[in-house]
Design a protein around this ligand. Structure first.
Ligand SMILES: [Zn+2]
Length: 87
């Protein structure tokens, strides 16, 4: 994983590839033994609980619609096969 680090001493900033999240990173400028990791901005903005609920409901109904359309697609394919079989 690549994280952004910032030196608490000299304010030097750099990206560093670390194997483990907890790996300490030395500052390449001043040699500070543990640079501060800068957390990436959260992708999802915090919503209030009402918005969260409506969002999850929206996602669920989308998933349901998708599944239903797939089922209809399967039924339609069967009907086509049946029709072909009758020919
Ligand atoms: Zn430094």
């Amino acid at each position: 994983m690549i994280y952004d680090y910032r030196c608490p001493d000299c304010k030097f900033e750099m990206e560093e590839l670390v194997k483990k999240f907890d790996d300490p990173v030395c500052c390449k400028e001043c040699g500070h033994p543990s640079m501060t990791r800068k957390f990436p901005a959260p992708a999802i903005k915090s919503l209030n609980s009402k918005e969260k609920i409506s969002e999850s409901l929206r996602k669920r109904s989308l998933a349901d619609a998708k599944r239903r359309s797939e089922e209809y697609g399967e039924n339609a394919r069967r009907q086509v096969n049946t029709a072909l079989g009758r020919k």
